[in-house]
Design a protein around this ligand. Structure first.
Ligand code: FE2
Length: 191
């Protein structure tokens, strides 16, 4: 009998191999890191937004914080259900993440919205990739991630609607960084 590999779960959900359970849990851990980072960042913006439209953006963000936090809970519990160990500590998150901390502190509503357009862009692209990567492996995890995308893409639109012109263009078009997107959003508003 082959010795069980140390990093494989002792059990996983019925019909999955321990190898596939471990692979899905690994994909989910990355999404857990990403969405934990997102709900903390959204609260940071909630606290640091200033200027005209303060209250609209301040109040728009709290339901997003709550919804994204609920997503992290579902992801972590799916990892445990698969026989894995969800890691939710801040130190582990910072060590594992491949992206930088949010770049803005106290800033105007339009600048934070420009930066958040970039943030949501990155999170949604990675979430869609994770959904694609779990398509063949585990329908239940795939369904969970698709469910998150319904909400994440809606929240992204809430942000983008502030950056949109009557002609349908986005002031952040072509931006490749949070600071660049914040600047484009500010300049479009001033111009
Ligand atoms: Fe608050």
């Amino acid at each position: 009998m082959m010795a069980a590999r140390k990093d494989l779960p002792r059990y996983t959900v019925p019909s999955l191999t321990p190898e596939d359970g471990a692979k899905v849990a690994e994909i989910l851990q990355e999404r857990l890191n990403s969405l934990t980072d997102l709900h903390l960042t959204l609260k940071h913006v909630h606290w640091n937004v200033v200027g005209p439209h303060f209250i609209a953006v301040h109040e728009m963000l709290d339901p997003q914080v709550d919804a994204v936090r609920a997503m992290t809970d579902a992801i972590a519990e799916r990892i445990a259900t698969l026989g894995g160990v969800p890691v939710g500590t801040p130190g582990a998150l910072v060590k594992a993440r491949t992206w930088e901390d949010y770049h803005l502190g106290r800033a105007t509503a339009i600048e934070h919205l420009g930066a958040l357009d970039e943030v949501y862009q990155g999170v949604i692209e990675s979430h869609r990739k994770a959904a694609k990567d779990t398509e063949e492996l585990d329908d239940v995890t795939n369904d969970l991630l698709i469910g998150h995308l319904h909400e994440l893409e809606l929240f992204h639109w809430f942000v983008r609607a502030h950056l949109e012109s009557a002609g349908g263009g986005l002031s952040t078009e072509g931006a490749t960084s949070e600071l660049g997107a914040a600047r484009q959003a500010r300049e479009a508003k001033a111009g």
